[in-house]
Design a protein around this ligand. Sequence first.
Ligand SMILES: [Zn+2]
Length: 122
Amino acid sequence: MACSILDGGMGSPKLPPRRRSPETPAHANFDQLNEKIERQNLLIQTLLMLLIEKKLIEEQEFRDWVKYVDSLDGARDGKVREPGTPITCPSCRRQSPRTAVKCIYCDHPFEPDFLVRRAPEP
Ligand SMILES: [Zn+2]
């Protein structure tokens, strides 16, 4: 099994070496962000390895899905950006955040683009 699926051509950013003692509050924030990214990488890597180890997905299938999900925001750039525009509820016409899965006012369920399940393109 590959050591790191996340770094296998997925465009993961190279992080600079961690500082021993932050020189300024900005350095401290930077170090905290690095720590957070490293923890998230650990969790994602663990999930992927578990899914592959349990034979729930195959690595190539995962890579195909990454390409597909990457394309959902209109640009295959190794990132998924949240559109800044809120969702307008088709039921009450009020606006909820783009990440909402249902209207924050009337509970009308949304089907955001990123939750629409379609087969990945070959
Ligand atoms: Zn609503």
